[in-house]
Every structure is written in structure tokens, then in C-alpha cells.
Design a protein around this ligand. Structure first.
Ligand SMILES: O=P(O)(O)OC[C@H]1O[C@H](OP(=O)(O)OP(=O)(O)O)[C@H](O)[C@@H]1O
Ligand SMILES: O=c1cc[nH]c(=O)[nH]1
Length: 196
């Protein structure tokens, strides 16, 4: 098996020209503010929260959620990133997928309420890998999941606790998330599918 390269960023497909917008920059900002409020409500405040973004785009989303929570509560929530690459069940099929390094806040995750953050939830396999990666790092009191887009088609018994937008899709469509920190603009588009 080829080992993933730690330094080479994963290639990302360009968005086809016929893609249509599903979330604008303002929509994304509103969704993240709402999710921030939901997380605080569910957790009854910011105590013991740790946000972990899943690379690539889960990382800036986790940082934005941290900022949104801080704006409401006035306290900084630890934010880190959790690489799941080596825990994926499709590593043999996609051996060139780049590995990142996990960055866990100094607070650690033991007895914390960890909120995993990702851009798209689809089969659920990335989140399964995230739970596997997390179990090597400690024992959170609870693990929750926040995603910007849930496009359905789960292949595993995994669900999100906080969703920016539920987007019914067909399997031959693709959801493209672009974020200013990595891509220079904020937008969610969808491409492919019958008649599009
Ligand atoms: O529920 P799943 O079927 O696992 O799909 C969701 C994952 O797919 C995308 O990642 P991708 O592998 O395209 O890499 P990226 O994060 O670099 O965009 C997305 O960012 C999610 O992490
Ligand atoms: O449509 C999809 C499916 C998985 N991951 C994405 O980013 N988009």
C-alpha cells in the first residue's frame, strides 16, 4: 500500500460550469451563527467544549464556529483539527489521499464535549474514521457532529447533531463547498445529476 504524502495537499476537482449555487456567503455565515447557538443551547454554555475540524474545509468551519460561539458567550472555545486519513476504510482505493497532522488543543479531549465539524456529510465514512481517530487520542464525555451540508445517502448509522442545510441529492450529484480561507470565496454549489 502506498503511504499518503504528509506534505502534498489533496487535489480538489474544479467545479463544473453547470453547477448551481445552493448557499451564498451570507447563507453560510447565517448557518454557522445558528449552529453556534444550537451548540451552546445543547451544551448549556461553552464549558468543556472542544471543536475539532476535519480537513480540509472542516478546519476553517470549526474556527468560524469557535468565533461565533465566542461572540455570544464571551469565552474562547478550544479549536483543533482531526486528521482521519489513516483511519479511512477507502485508503487502499485512494492511496494518494494526503494526510494532514491532527492538532488537538492543549486541554485535550478527555471528559470534554467534542464537536466534530465537517463541510459535507454523505456516506458517513469520514465521520466513522473520525470516531476511530478520536478513540486513539482520548475519551471524550460526548462526541457531537456539526456539518454545513447534509446531502443524505448514508452508508453507516451516523447522523449529524447540527446541520447548516439539509440538501436532498441524487448519488450522481456532487456538492462543492468553497471557503475563503482556502479557496478565496464562500459558496456551496451542486453539480451533476439528471437533466442538469
Ligand atoms: O460522508 P462521506 O461520504 O465520507 O463524505 C463527506 C466527506 O467528503 C468530503 O471530503 P473529501 O474526501 O472530498 O476531501 P476534502 O475534505 O479535502 O474536500 C467532505 O469534506 C467530507 O469530509
Ligand atoms: O458531494 C459530495 C460528497 C462527498 N463530499 C463532498 O464534498 N461532496
Amino acid at each position: 500500500m502506498t503511504c499518503p504524502d504528509l506534505n502534498t495537499p489533496a487535489p480538489h476537482p474544479t467545479i463544473p460550469e453547470d453547477a448551481r449555487d445552493v448557499l451564498s456567503s451570507d447563507d453560510i455565515a447565517r448557518a454557522l451563527r445558528r449552529i453556534g447557538h444550537e451548540i451552546l443551547e445543547r451544551n448549556k454554555g461553552a464549558a468543556d467544549l472542544v471543536l475539532l475540524g476535519i480537513p480540509s474545509r472542516g478546519v476553517p468551519l470549526a474556527q468560524r464556529l469557535g468565533a461565533a460561539i465566542e461572540a455570544v458567550e464571551g469565552v474562547a472555545v478550544p479549536v483543533g483539527e482531526l486528521d482521519v486519513t489513516l483511519h479511512r476504510d477507502d485508503l487502499r482505493r485512494q492511496p494518494t489521499r494526503a494526510a494532514h497532522r491532527s492538532r488537538i488543543p492543549e486541554t485535550g479531549i478527555d471528559d470534554k464535549v467534542v464537536v466534530l465539524v465537517d463541510d459535507v456529510l454523505y456516506s458517513g465514512r469520514t465521520i466513522r474514521a473520525a470516531l476511530d481517530a478520536l478513540s486513539e487520542l482520548g475519551r471524550p464525555r460526548a462526541v457531537r457532529l456539526a456539518v454545513l451540508v447534509d446531502r443524505g445517502h448514508r452508508e453507516l448509522p451516523i447522523r449529524a447533531d447540527h446541520v447548516g442545510k439539509n440538501l436532498p441529492t441524487s448519488r450522481d450529484e456532487r456538492v462543492h463547498v468553497r471557503l475563503s480561507e482556502l479557496d478565496g470565496l464562500d459558496v456551496v454549489r451542486i453539480s451533476g445529476g439528471e437533466g442538469r
